[in-house]
Design a protein around this ligand. Structure first.
Ligand code: NAD
Length: 355
Protein backbone atom coordinates (compact mmCIF):
# COMPACT_ATOMS: atom_id res chain seq x y z
CA UNK A 1 0.00 0.00 0.00
CA UNK A 2 1.34 3.46 -0.85
CA UNK A 3 1.50 5.73 2.16
CA UNK A 4 1.31 9.42 1.36
CA UNK A 5 2.89 11.92 3.69
CA UNK A 6 0.38 14.34 5.17
CA UNK A 7 0.68 18.02 4.32
CA UNK A 8 3.30 19.65 6.49
CA UNK A 9 5.38 22.79 6.95
CA UNK A 10 9.04 22.49 7.82
CA UNK A 11 10.05 25.73 9.52
CA UNK A 12 13.83 25.29 9.26
CA UNK A 13 16.06 25.07 12.31
CA UNK A 14 17.80 28.29 13.22
CA UNK A 15 19.98 28.12 16.34
CA UNK A 16 23.58 27.40 15.46
CA UNK A 17 24.84 24.40 17.46
CA UNK A 18 28.40 23.78 18.61
CA UNK A 19 28.61 20.27 20.10
CA UNK A 20 31.45 18.36 21.73
CA UNK A 21 33.82 18.08 24.68
CA UNK A 22 35.71 21.28 25.44
CA UNK A 23 33.53 23.49 23.23
CA UNK A 24 33.02 25.93 26.12
CA UNK A 25 36.42 27.30 25.04
CA UNK A 26 34.72 28.55 21.85
CA UNK A 27 32.32 30.85 23.69
CA UNK A 28 34.30 34.04 22.94
CA UNK A 29 34.51 33.14 19.28
CA UNK A 30 30.78 32.47 19.15
CA UNK A 31 30.01 35.82 20.81
CA UNK A 32 32.18 37.58 18.21
CA UNK A 33 30.49 35.69 15.38
CA UNK A 34 27.22 37.30 16.50
CA UNK A 35 28.76 40.75 16.24
CA UNK A 36 28.89 41.26 20.01
CA UNK A 37 31.84 41.99 22.28
CA UNK A 38 30.56 42.45 25.87
CA UNK A 39 28.79 39.43 27.32
CA UNK A 40 26.95 39.32 30.63
CA UNK A 41 27.43 35.76 31.93
CA UNK A 42 24.32 34.36 33.67
CA UNK A 43 24.07 31.49 36.18
CA UNK A 44 22.05 30.34 39.20
CA UNK A 45 23.61 30.93 42.65
CA UNK A 46 25.01 27.34 42.90
CA UNK A 47 26.76 27.75 39.53
CA UNK A 48 28.13 31.25 40.27
CA UNK A 49 31.71 29.97 40.45
CA UNK A 50 31.41 28.38 37.01
CA UNK A 51 30.08 31.69 35.71
CA UNK A 52 33.00 33.61 37.22
CA UNK A 53 35.45 31.10 35.70
CA UNK A 54 33.84 31.53 32.27
CA UNK A 55 33.96 35.33 32.61
CA UNK A 56 37.66 35.14 33.54
CA UNK A 57 38.27 32.94 30.51
CA UNK A 58 36.41 35.40 28.26
CA UNK A 59 38.59 38.29 29.47
CA UNK A 60 37.61 41.57 27.79
CA UNK A 61 34.65 39.87 26.11
CA UNK A 62 32.99 39.50 29.55
CA UNK A 63 31.07 42.56 30.76
CA UNK A 64 30.36 40.89 34.11
CA UNK A 65 28.35 38.14 35.77
CA UNK A 66 24.85 37.87 37.16
CA UNK A 67 24.19 34.76 39.24
CA UNK A 68 20.62 35.02 40.51
CA UNK A 69 18.77 32.99 37.88
CA UNK A 70 15.84 31.10 39.44
CA UNK A 71 13.25 28.48 38.45
CA UNK A 72 10.34 29.70 36.26
CA UNK A 73 12.00 33.07 35.44
CA UNK A 74 10.54 35.40 38.10
CA UNK A 75 10.15 38.89 36.59
CA UNK A 76 11.73 40.61 39.62
CA UNK A 77 14.94 38.64 39.01
CA UNK A 78 14.78 39.64 35.33
CA UNK A 79 14.42 43.31 36.38
CA UNK A 80 17.60 43.08 38.48
CA UNK A 81 19.41 41.27 35.66
CA UNK A 82 18.39 43.97 33.16
CA UNK A 83 19.75 46.65 35.52
CA UNK A 84 23.03 44.72 35.76
CA UNK A 85 23.08 44.28 31.97
CA UNK A 86 22.65 48.02 31.37
CA UNK A 87 25.08 49.07 34.11
CA UNK A 88 27.77 46.78 32.68
CA UNK A 89 27.35 48.15 29.15
CA UNK A 90 26.78 44.60 27.91
CA UNK A 91 25.67 43.85 24.34
CA UNK A 92 24.83 40.14 24.64
CA UNK A 93 24.19 37.39 27.21
CA UNK A 94 25.77 34.00 27.76
CA UNK A 95 23.55 31.72 29.87
CA UNK A 96 25.48 28.90 31.55
CA UNK A 97 23.18 26.42 33.30
CA UNK A 98 19.87 24.56 33.14
CA UNK A 99 16.47 25.71 31.95
CA UNK A 100 16.24 28.36 34.67
CA UNK A 101 19.37 30.17 33.51
CA UNK A 102 18.56 29.80 29.83
CA UNK A 103 15.11 31.24 30.67
CA UNK A 104 16.72 34.34 32.18
CA UNK A 105 18.92 34.70 29.09
CA UNK A 106 15.80 34.56 26.92
CA UNK A 107 13.98 37.11 29.10
CA UNK A 108 16.85 39.60 28.72
CA UNK A 109 17.50 38.92 25.04
CA UNK A 110 13.87 39.37 23.98
CA UNK A 111 13.53 42.62 25.97
CA UNK A 112 16.79 44.19 24.79
CA UNK A 113 16.90 42.73 21.28
CA UNK A 114 20.42 41.41 21.81
CA UNK A 115 22.09 38.07 20.96
CA UNK A 116 22.06 35.11 23.35
CA UNK A 117 24.55 32.26 23.51
CA UNK A 118 23.10 29.40 25.59
CA UNK A 119 25.37 26.85 27.24
CA UNK A 120 23.03 24.20 28.71
CA UNK A 121 24.24 22.04 31.59
CA UNK A 122 21.09 19.90 32.08
CA UNK A 123 18.88 17.99 29.64
CA UNK A 124 15.68 20.01 30.24
CA UNK A 125 15.76 21.46 26.74
CA UNK A 126 14.94 25.17 26.84
CA UNK A 127 17.90 26.23 24.69
CA UNK A 128 16.53 25.45 21.21
CA UNK A 129 13.02 26.80 21.80
CA UNK A 130 11.14 30.04 21.22
CA UNK A 131 9.21 29.49 24.47
CA UNK A 132 9.52 31.63 27.59
CA UNK A 133 7.58 30.98 30.81
CA UNK A 134 7.75 33.81 33.33
CA UNK A 135 6.29 34.16 36.83
CA UNK A 136 4.85 37.23 38.48
CA UNK A 137 2.85 37.23 41.75
CA UNK A 138 2.88 33.43 41.75
CA UNK A 139 1.37 33.18 38.25
CA UNK A 140 3.23 31.68 35.33
CA UNK A 141 2.53 32.87 31.80
CA UNK A 142 4.12 31.30 28.76
CA UNK A 143 4.59 32.85 25.35
CA UNK A 144 6.31 32.00 22.08
CA UNK A 145 8.16 34.43 19.84
CA UNK A 146 11.12 34.04 17.48
CA UNK A 147 13.04 36.75 19.39
CA UNK A 148 13.09 34.41 22.42
CA UNK A 149 15.19 31.72 20.73
CA UNK A 150 18.96 31.86 21.43
CA UNK A 151 21.16 32.41 18.36
CA UNK A 152 23.84 29.90 19.34
CA UNK A 153 23.87 26.84 21.60
CA UNK A 154 27.09 25.31 22.92
CA UNK A 155 26.77 21.71 24.14
CA UNK A 156 29.94 20.85 26.06
CA UNK A 157 29.56 17.40 27.64
CA UNK A 158 32.23 18.22 30.23
CA UNK A 159 29.81 20.65 31.89
CA UNK A 160 27.34 17.84 32.56
CA UNK A 161 29.69 15.36 34.23
CA UNK A 162 28.92 16.74 37.70
CA UNK A 163 25.15 16.93 37.27
CA UNK A 164 23.90 14.66 40.10
CA UNK A 165 22.48 11.35 38.89
CA UNK A 166 19.03 11.99 40.32
CA UNK A 167 18.81 15.35 38.56
CA UNK A 168 20.22 13.87 35.35
CA UNK A 169 17.53 11.19 35.30
CA UNK A 170 14.62 13.56 35.91
CA UNK A 171 16.01 16.04 33.42
CA UNK A 172 16.41 13.35 30.72
CA UNK A 173 12.81 12.19 31.28
CA UNK A 174 11.71 15.83 31.02
CA UNK A 175 13.44 15.87 27.62
CA UNK A 176 11.79 12.57 26.63
CA UNK A 177 8.38 14.14 27.29
CA UNK A 178 9.09 16.77 24.60
CA UNK A 179 9.88 14.02 22.08
CA UNK A 180 6.80 11.93 22.90
CA UNK A 181 4.45 14.89 22.49
CA UNK A 182 6.21 16.08 19.34
CA UNK A 183 5.26 12.78 17.66
CA UNK A 184 1.52 13.51 17.83
CA UNK A 185 1.67 17.31 17.62
CA UNK A 186 -0.86 18.79 15.16
CA UNK A 187 2.00 20.66 13.45
CA UNK A 188 4.47 17.73 13.52
CA UNK A 189 6.70 17.35 10.47
CA UNK A 190 8.84 14.43 9.29
CA UNK A 191 12.06 16.02 10.61
CA UNK A 192 10.87 16.65 14.18
CA UNK A 193 9.36 13.14 14.18
CA UNK A 194 12.67 11.59 13.08
CA UNK A 195 14.45 13.58 15.75
CA UNK A 196 11.98 12.49 18.41
CA UNK A 197 12.27 8.78 17.69
CA UNK A 198 16.07 9.02 17.58
CA UNK A 199 16.07 10.97 20.86
CA UNK A 200 13.90 8.40 22.65
CA UNK A 201 16.16 5.57 21.46
CA UNK A 202 19.25 7.44 22.68
CA UNK A 203 17.68 8.21 26.07
CA UNK A 204 16.46 4.61 26.46
CA UNK A 205 19.98 3.29 25.86
CA UNK A 206 22.15 5.95 27.53
CA UNK A 207 20.21 6.64 30.72
CA UNK A 208 20.81 3.25 32.42
CA UNK A 209 24.54 3.50 31.52
CA UNK A 210 24.74 6.94 33.13
CA UNK A 211 22.95 5.73 36.27
CA UNK A 212 25.56 3.02 36.71
CA UNK A 213 28.52 5.23 35.70
CA UNK A 214 27.66 8.93 36.21
CA UNK A 215 30.94 10.20 34.76
CA UNK A 216 30.77 8.06 31.59
CA UNK A 217 31.55 10.72 28.98
CA UNK A 218 30.12 8.71 26.10
CA UNK A 219 26.77 8.13 27.84
CA UNK A 220 26.66 11.79 28.90
CA UNK A 221 27.40 12.94 25.34
CA UNK A 222 24.70 10.67 23.92
CA UNK A 223 22.19 12.00 26.44
CA UNK A 224 23.13 15.56 25.57
CA UNK A 225 22.65 14.71 21.90
CA UNK A 226 19.22 13.28 22.78
CA UNK A 227 18.38 16.39 24.78
CA UNK A 228 19.32 18.59 21.83
CA UNK A 229 16.96 16.61 19.56
CA UNK A 230 14.15 16.80 22.14
CA UNK A 231 14.64 20.53 22.63
CA UNK A 232 14.58 21.10 18.87
CA UNK A 233 11.34 19.15 18.50
CA UNK A 234 9.80 21.09 21.42
CA UNK A 235 10.84 24.35 19.80
CA UNK A 236 9.01 23.76 16.54
CA UNK A 237 5.71 22.06 17.40
CA UNK A 238 2.80 22.45 19.80
CA UNK A 239 2.62 20.42 23.00
CA UNK A 240 -0.49 18.61 24.32
CA UNK A 241 -1.92 16.86 27.39
CA UNK A 242 1.37 15.96 29.06
CA UNK A 243 2.77 19.50 29.09
CA UNK A 244 -0.62 20.89 30.09
CA UNK A 245 -0.83 18.58 33.12
CA UNK A 246 2.81 19.22 34.08
CA UNK A 247 2.08 22.95 33.89
CA UNK A 248 -1.01 22.57 36.11
CA UNK A 249 0.72 20.40 38.73
CA UNK A 250 3.89 22.50 38.71
CA UNK A 251 2.21 25.90 38.51
CA UNK A 252 -0.92 25.54 40.64
CA UNK A 253 0.52 23.20 43.29
CA UNK A 254 4.13 24.41 43.28
CA UNK A 255 5.56 20.97 42.53
CA UNK A 256 9.15 20.63 41.21
CA UNK A 257 9.32 20.90 37.40
CA UNK A 258 11.52 17.95 36.45
CA UNK A 259 9.99 15.55 39.03
CA UNK A 260 6.49 16.33 37.82
CA UNK A 261 7.43 15.68 34.19
CA UNK A 262 9.22 12.44 35.07
CA UNK A 263 6.29 11.06 37.08
CA UNK A 264 3.54 12.05 34.63
CA UNK A 265 5.21 10.93 31.41
CA UNK A 266 4.45 7.16 31.50
CA UNK A 267 0.81 7.94 32.34
CA UNK A 268 0.17 10.68 29.78
CA UNK A 269 2.06 8.77 27.06
CA UNK A 270 0.29 5.52 27.93
CA UNK A 271 -3.09 7.27 27.89
CA UNK A 272 -2.45 8.80 24.47
CA UNK A 273 -0.96 5.59 23.04
CA UNK A 274 -4.45 4.12 23.31
CA UNK A 275 -5.76 6.93 21.09
CA UNK A 276 -3.23 7.28 18.27
CA UNK A 277 -0.97 5.06 16.20
CA UNK A 278 1.57 7.90 15.98
CA UNK A 279 3.18 6.49 19.15
CA UNK A 280 3.77 3.07 17.57
CA UNK A 281 7.52 3.87 17.11
CA UNK A 282 7.70 4.47 20.88
CA UNK A 283 5.94 1.15 21.57
CA UNK A 284 8.48 -0.52 19.26
CA UNK A 285 11.34 1.06 21.23
CA UNK A 286 9.90 0.23 24.65
CA UNK A 287 8.95 -3.45 24.49
CA UNK A 288 5.46 -3.03 23.07
CA UNK A 289 4.00 -0.77 25.77
CA UNK A 290 4.55 3.00 25.59
CA UNK A 291 3.52 3.83 29.16
CA UNK A 292 4.75 0.55 30.64
CA UNK A 293 8.11 0.79 28.89
CA UNK A 294 8.67 4.41 29.93
CA UNK A 295 7.67 3.51 33.50
CA UNK A 296 10.18 0.60 33.47
CA UNK A 297 12.94 2.97 32.29
CA UNK A 298 12.03 5.48 35.01
CA UNK A 299 12.02 2.77 37.70
CA UNK A 300 15.28 1.24 36.48
CA UNK A 301 16.83 4.73 36.59
CA UNK A 302 15.64 5.48 40.12
CA UNK A 303 13.31 8.30 39.01
CA UNK A 304 10.47 9.41 41.28
CA UNK A 305 7.32 7.46 40.37
CA UNK A 306 4.58 8.82 42.64
CA UNK A 307 3.00 12.28 42.79
CA UNK A 308 2.15 11.37 46.40
CA UNK A 309 5.89 11.48 47.22
CA UNK A 310 6.06 15.11 46.07
CA UNK A 311 3.55 16.05 48.77
CA UNK A 312 0.46 16.30 46.56
CA UNK A 313 -2.69 15.21 48.42
CA UNK A 314 -5.39 13.01 46.92
CA UNK A 315 -7.82 15.94 47.24
CA UNK A 316 -5.47 18.08 45.13
CA UNK A 317 -6.07 15.63 42.26
CA UNK A 318 -9.72 16.67 41.97
CA UNK A 319 -8.77 20.32 41.70
CA UNK A 320 -5.92 19.55 39.27
CA UNK A 321 -8.32 17.65 36.99
CA UNK A 322 -10.75 20.59 37.06
CA UNK A 323 -8.03 23.15 36.24
CA UNK A 324 -6.68 20.94 33.44
CA UNK A 325 -10.12 20.96 31.80
CA UNK A 326 -10.56 24.75 31.94
CA UNK A 327 -8.96 25.66 28.61
CA UNK A 328 -9.25 23.70 25.39
CA UNK A 329 -6.07 22.41 23.73
CA UNK A 330 -5.41 19.76 21.17
CA UNK A 331 -4.66 16.16 22.10
CA UNK A 332 -4.65 13.01 19.95
CA UNK A 333 -7.16 11.31 22.29
CA UNK A 334 -10.27 13.05 23.57
CA UNK A 335 -10.88 13.00 27.33
CA UNK A 336 -13.17 14.19 30.07
CA UNK A 337 -12.61 15.10 33.68
CA UNK A 338 -13.00 11.49 34.79
CA UNK A 339 -10.22 10.35 32.40
CA UNK A 340 -7.84 12.99 33.73
CA UNK A 341 -8.76 12.20 37.33
CA UNK A 342 -8.02 8.49 36.71
CA UNK A 343 -4.73 9.33 35.00
CA UNK A 344 -3.69 11.55 37.92
CA UNK A 345 -4.70 8.87 40.43
CA UNK A 346 -2.42 6.36 38.69
CA UNK A 347 0.43 8.90 38.68
CA UNK A 348 -0.25 9.68 42.34
CA UNK A 349 -0.01 6.00 43.25
CA UNK A 350 2.83 5.31 40.83
CA UNK A 351 1.31 2.21 39.25
CA UNK A 352 2.72 0.80 36.00
CA UNK A 353 0.52 1.81 33.03
CA UNK A 354 -0.85 -1.07 30.97
CA UNK A 355 -0.74 0.65 27.56
P1 NAD B 1 17.39 24.35 36.68
O1 NAD B 1 17.92 25.14 35.56
O2 NAD B 1 16.56 25.06 37.69
O3 NAD B 1 18.61 23.64 37.41
C1 NAD B 1 18.38 22.93 38.62
C2 NAD B 1 19.58 23.10 39.54
O4 NAD B 1 20.68 22.34 39.01
C3 NAD B 1 20.08 24.54 39.66
O5 NAD B 1 20.45 24.79 40.98
C4 NAD B 1 21.29 24.55 38.74
O6 NAD B 1 22.23 25.53 39.11
C5 NAD B 1 21.83 23.15 38.94
N1 NAD B 1 22.63 22.66 37.83
C6 NAD B 1 22.39 22.81 36.52
N2 NAD B 1 23.32 22.18 35.79
C7 NAD B 1 24.17 21.62 36.65
C8 NAD B 1 25.34 20.83 36.49
N3 NAD B 1 25.79 20.45 35.29
N4 NAD B 1 25.99 20.41 37.59
C9 NAD B 1 25.51 20.73 38.83
N5 NAD B 1 24.40 21.48 39.06
C10 NAD B 1 23.75 21.92 37.97
O7 NAD B 1 16.54 23.09 36.19
P2 NAD B 1 16.14 22.55 34.74
O8 NAD B 1 15.33 21.34 35.00
O9 NAD B 1 17.31 22.47 33.84
O10 NAD B 1 15.21 23.68 34.15
C11 NAD B 1 13.91 23.90 34.66
C12 NAD B 1 13.37 25.21 34.17
O11 NAD B 1 13.49 25.28 32.75
C13 NAD B 1 11.90 25.42 34.49
O12 NAD B 1 11.70 26.77 34.86
C14 NAD B 1 11.21 25.12 33.18
O13 NAD B 1 9.97 25.76 33.05
C15 NAD B 1 12.22 25.62 32.20
N6 NAD B 1 12.14 24.98 30.86
C16 NAD B 1 11.78 25.81 29.85
C17 NAD B 1 11.70 25.30 28.55
C18 NAD B 1 11.34 26.22 27.43
O14 NAD B 1 11.36 25.82 26.28
N7 NAD B 1 11.01 27.45 27.71
C19 NAD B 1 11.98 23.95 28.31
C20 NAD B 1 12.35 23.14 29.37
C21 NAD B 1 12.44 23.68 30.66
Amino acid sequence: MTQYLPTFTFPGITPRVVFGPGTLAQTGEEVARLGASRALVLTTPPQAEDGAALAARLGDVAAGTFSEAAMHTPVDVTARALAAFDAAGADCVVSLGGGSTVGLGKAIATRRGIPHVAVPTTYAGSEMTDILGETENGEKTTRRDPSIRPQTVIYDVELTLGLPVEMSVKSALNAAAHAVEALYAPDANPITSLMSVEALKVIRDALPVLVDAPRDVDARARLQYGAWLCSTALGYVAMSLHHKLAHVIGGSFDMPHADTHAILLPHTAGFNAAGTDLLQPVADLFGGSVGGGLWDLAKRSGAPLRLADLGLSEADLDRAAQIALKNKYQNPRSFDEGDIRNLLQAAWEGTRPAT
